[in-house]
Design a protein around this ligand. Structure first.
Ligand code: UT7
Length: 324
């Protein structure tokens, strides 16, 4: 028998304020048509003043607990992916823990920018394998609107705020690729690409939060090259191929990147979960948001194979393969 990390429930929260592409036309030299055609984004949610990353994460966590029919007392740990924490410390995960009324278990943050949720999922799976926990809340939560340069049309139209959560639960499997739960993962970073996507401030350098800077077209090229490759590497580790995939749940940064990755994986677009039009790029929150939206619509059937993949600042990128 093999210990597996099975998704027991999903949930998400999006801030109330929805901003359509046309809103930017009044602020910058851009158009709804450019944003739509170059990115697939139509609108995004922005957090209200005083509404922080932890607030979004708590709402998403509660939704996941409700859907799973569990309470906070059933959770042994929280792993939360974010690059936009409320404060430098403590970890946002500990604020979620307190917000849920939990006073036991571990809670910490993982920071791998847009790849953060994939890293957090692999990390939480390893914690379950190591018998540190039987049930872990894995959350991606971001308020990227707080680090935008609103004069930079190449970045500020791309990002949105939100949070998604999944509950991983230890279950026994037979040790084959037919098992439910996480079957494999592939994680990568290459810090020599730091200048392609970064924030120009921080505690130890400027003492400020800074603003996001990106050489979008170069990140785009790396994304198209690396995402299908990491997905194939993860599938290979599980003894599976692209032909076994029922659903691709990609990081939702750009429709053109998603389409190119699906093409390289020879997957029809009907098998791809898309939320980029309504959410924009919510960094580490994008995959758990997409998982939760599709789960809420009843699209995943037990036994189906799901592949997630993401790339972001670092560069860091990776993939997780799991059976629903
Ligand atoms: O989640 C983390 C990973 N991040 C990503 O995956 C993002 C990857 N990159 C992208 O999605 C795309 O590169 C962008 C959407 C950011 C940009 O699309 P692009 O097709 O790569 O455009 P570009 O950066 O090469 O710029 C083309 C033109 C430029 O004008 P010139 O120099 O050709 O005159 C830009 O100034 O488009 C211009 N442009 C805009 N025009 C209207 C850039 N942003 C805008 C805008 N509105 N918002």
């Amino acid at each position: 028998m093999t210990r597996r990390s099975v998704i027991r429930g999903t949930g998400h929260y999006l801030p109330e304020r929805i901003v359509e592409n046309s809103w930017f036309e009044g602020q910058l030299e851009t158009t709804d048509e450019w944003i739509r055609s170059r990115t697939g984004i139509e609108r995004r949610h922005f957090a209200a003043e005083g509404q922080n990353t932890s607030h979004l994460a708590i709402r998403a966590a509660r939704a996941a607990l409700d859907r799973a029919g569990l309470t906070a007392a059933d959770i042994d740990g929280i792993v939360l992916a974010t690059s936009t924490p409320d404060f430098t410390f403590p970890a946002v995960a500990t604020m979620v823990q307190a917000g849920l009324g939990m006073s036991r278990g571990f809670a910490y943050d993982v920071q791998a920018v847009c790849a953060g949720f994939v890293f957090a999922l692999a990390n939480a799976d390893a914690m379950i394998q190591a018998r540190q926990a039987d049930r872990i809340l894995v959350i991606g939560a971001e308020t990227f609107s707080r680090i935008m340069d609103w004069t930079d049309r190449g970045t500020c139209v791309l990002f949105g705020d939100g949070a998604g959560a999944v509950i991983l639960e230890a279950q026994e499997g037979a040790g084959t690729s037919d098992d439910r739960g996480i079957l494999s993962s592939d994680l990568n970073s290459d810090g020599t690409y730091r200048d392609l996507l970064y924030v120009d401030g921080g505690v130890s350098s400027t003492g400020t939060a800074g603003q996001l800077r990106m050489q979008g077209n170069l990140v785009f090229r790396h994304a198209v090259e690396k995402l299908a490759k990491t997905a194939h590497t993860a599938l290979d580790k599980a003894g599976l191929t692209g032909a076994d995939v029922d659903w691709l749940v990609p990081h939702q940064a750009n429709m053109r990147i998603i389409t190119a990755t699906a093409q390289r994986m020879q997957l029809p677009m009907e098998k791809v979960v898309l939320t980029v039009a309504d959410h924009g790029n919510t960094s580490a929150a994008s995959i758990p948001l997409a998982l939760s939206v599709a789960d809420g619509e009843g699209r995943f059937k037990p036994g189906q194979l799901i592949v997630t993949e993401a790339i972001g600042g670092g560069l860091s990128w990776g993939s997780v393969v799991l059976r629903w």
